[in-house]
Design a binder for this molecule. Structure first.
Ligand code: NAD
Length: 356
């Protein structure tokens, strides 16, 4: 029998498929807009300029200064360009950093957004914005932040470097794993989380052996969409809180942090909710999700140790303190010592423990 539930559906239009980038101009017109400012990072400037050229008169130019962690100064600089270009919508082409800049502009102007994701972070389908001021990252949620249209073209992910492909996929997997035990999960979020995790897990080995794998790239982006969608609709817990704390405190790369922490957070929570995490174990053809995620990470050369991605060893105590000082819901209760041991294990790249 089905338990009672509540479901919120975010009203975005999703366009998915090889070659769907070619529908960008049509999407600008469908929004009722006529001048789109194209956003990107400096690294993807050429791609943004090509897109700007392709949409011709519908382009209001390119702003190619999107930066990791969405610093307020960059948003303010982009706002000036937005105003002087007389744009009436934005197109963000890139990963979570570029998407974040588009969202930061929409939050301030309520301007319609098209997002064309080129990683698996999932930000494009959430109404959540993380931004940084004076080195402090805060998040805000608002319907204005949710992009109106998302164009998923798997061909744009062929260029994603192997290391980033793997860590970004773990970012997506983290959303799915925590959605499976979310307190406010519902039948739809669970269906999406199971399918999203399955698609990503099956796609990665194909992509790591052939980065141009058409099927692998398509399935991974499809999985990333589902994983991002559940991030937007249900609450996250220990894994996301730990990544937020570690990433923010030690300025660690976002996706890499997810890759290292996920097996540990899941092995810990699995003690309380093994049945809810069974779909992850099943997708990995294993009995336990946490240890299987660790093996899987090693098999596809994902980072497995915080010490390898820039965390200082003397930060373990501080991180444990920060991670427990604000209470939040998690399927398993924890204390400071358990979290310290979890972070210490992740720091050294050890096999995840149950930490009873
Ligand atoms: P990113 O956007 O920072 O990209 C990393 C680098 O890879 C950039 O230089 C980018 O230009 C490049 N790149 C991206 N796609 C490429 C491709 N296909 N080919 C070649 N290079 C490519 O990385 P990310 O992990 O996607 O985003 C991380 C940011 O997103 C963090 O700030 C995180 O907080 C945020 N995020 C937000 C949400 C949300 O819901 N608000 C969700 C997930 C992530």
């Amino acid at each position: 029998m089905q338990d009672a539930f509540e479901l919120h559906v975010n009203p975005a239009r999703i366009i998915f498929g090889d070659g769907s980038l070619s529908r960008t101009a049509e999407m600008v017109r469908d929004l009722g807009c006529s001048r789109a400012l194209v956003l990107s990072t400096p690294q993807q400037k050429q791609q943004a300029e090509e897109l700007s050229k392709t949409i011709g008169d519908l382009s209001a130019g390119v702003y190619a200064n999107a930066t990791m962690h969405i610093p307020i100064e960059v948003t303010e600089d982009a706002l000036k360009t937005l105003k002087s270009s007389h744009a009436d919508c934005t197109i963000a082409i890139g990963g979570g950093s570029t998407t974040g800049l588009g969202k930061a502009l929409a939050y301030r102007t309520d301007m319609p957004q098209i997002v064309i994701p080129t990683t698996y972070a999932g930000s494009e389908v959430t109404p959540i914005l993380g931004q940084t001021q004076d080195g402090v990252k805060t998040t805000v949620s608002d319907p204005k932040i949710l992009p109106e249209i998302v164009i998923y073209d798997p061909q744009l992910t062929y260029s994603l470097p192997a290391s980033m492909t793997v860590t970004s996929a773990f970012n997506g997997l983290g959303h799915a794993a925590e959605a499976l035990y979310a307190q406010n999960r519902n039948p739809i979020s669970t269906l999406m989380a199971v399918e999203g995790a399955r698609a990503l897990i099956e796609a990665l080995p194909a992509i790591t052996s052939d980065p141009q794998s058409r099927e692998g790239r398509r399935d991974a982006l499809y999985g990333a969409w589902l994983c991002g969608t559940v991030l937007a609709s249900v609450g996250m817990a220990l894994h996301h809180k730990l990544c937020h704390t570690l990433g923010g405190t030690f300025d660690l790369p976002h996706a890499d942090t997810h890759a290292v922490v996920l097996p540990h957070a899941i092995a810990f929570n699995e003690v309380a909710v093994p049945d809810l995490l069974r779909p992850i174990a099943n997708a990995l053809e294993a009995d336990e999700a946490g240890s299987a995620l660790h093996e899987y990470a090693k098999s596809i050369s994902a980072p497995t140790a915080l010490k390898d991605i820039g965390m200082p060893e003397d930060g373990i105590e501080r991180a444990a303190e920060l991670a427990v000082n604000k209470p939040y819901w998690n399927p398993r209760e924890f204390d400071r010592e358990q979290i310290r041991r979890l972070i210490e294990n992740a720091y050294h790249g050890r096999v995840p423990e149950r930490l009873d």
